[in-house]
Design a protein around this ligand. Sequence first.
Ligand code: FEO
Length: 395
Amino acid sequence: MKKKVKNNVFWVGKVDWELRKFHGNEYSTHKGSSYNSYLIQEEKTVLIDTVWTPFAEEFVENLSKEIDLDKIDYIVANHGEVDHSGALPALMKRIPGKPIYCTENAVKSLKGQYHEDWNFQVVKTGDKLDIGNGKELVFVEMRMLHWPDSMATYLTKDNILFSNDAFGQHYANEELFNDLVDQCDLFNESIKYYANILTPFSHILRKKLDEVISLGLPIDIIATSHGVVWRENPMQIVEKYSQWANDYQENQITVIYDTMWNGTKLLAEKIAEGIRLADPDVVVKVFSLAKSDDNDLITEVFKSKTVVMGSPTMSNSILHSVAGFIHLMKEMRFKGKKAAAFGCYGWSGESVKVINELMADAGFEVINEGYRNQWNPDGDSQNAAVDFGKKIAMA
Ligand code: FEO
């Protein structure tokens, strides 16, 4: 069922309450998601984006109940990824030949995925499309936010920015608008989304935010492609993105470890104790990799000024969970964060050295040689771990 966004603009997307993993298995969606598609019914009728492939038939069926599909004049594909373009094949079977406005790169991604030669109309930043009643669509390329084909579309007079992935959240809700949902949920899902999806492109985002602001377009509503429509103080999320894109960190130190027989776990707790003793103001958090969600942990790393990584030595190296998580952190291209390593060992004890090398390679400043302990930590070793935590807090 369509929902009114403003005047003749309607939401016609899909709320996916059951989604628990997105991007294959790469992103946890504890609160589901939505694929927001919008219908603009002025003198011309415009469809902006569609929904993910599994909901294609349902989407086209529902849309055909709201409007005679032949009345659609223009389709805008802000982005070619399947969660927004997935219903295009089903839709274009019903209305072949209708023009699809998208970037040059989106032609490549749409052709590459669907192998169809639809009526593509390539647009670039500043191009306009008259939709009647004195209103225009203005296109803004959003290259690498987060795909090379990404684009935003601005509707004049109603002052709505259809931002696609930018400013979104994986957050299923029926209320649609930002002022109607739980504000803690909204913030947590927004920062998790930024941390896990947009951090690698922060340097591009900084420039793009300046460019969009310099266009001087009044923005009353930001209509994203996932989660809420920002209608109450929509610039609040733009301001958050400005902060997050500038090598964001809070006064937080996060200890992350995996363990085999709980020796490294004990060190983690003692290190956290030392950090807390040396700096009562710093937020200290301790996470077991085996018991935590990777994407939630990335959000904690995003907020951290220092990450303390621990692994026991296993086969002259580290546990694969720790190696995998450091790889994930490397993909995020975090800047300006410090790191330290620790771990227990029985025989050779290479884990700390390996973590130091991997963390440096992942872009972290490794602040010391790390702390390693042979066998199960006794009283002296536990005290040494507390002292190691104090050193990290002071670094
Ligand atoms: Fe929501 Fe990049 O797709």
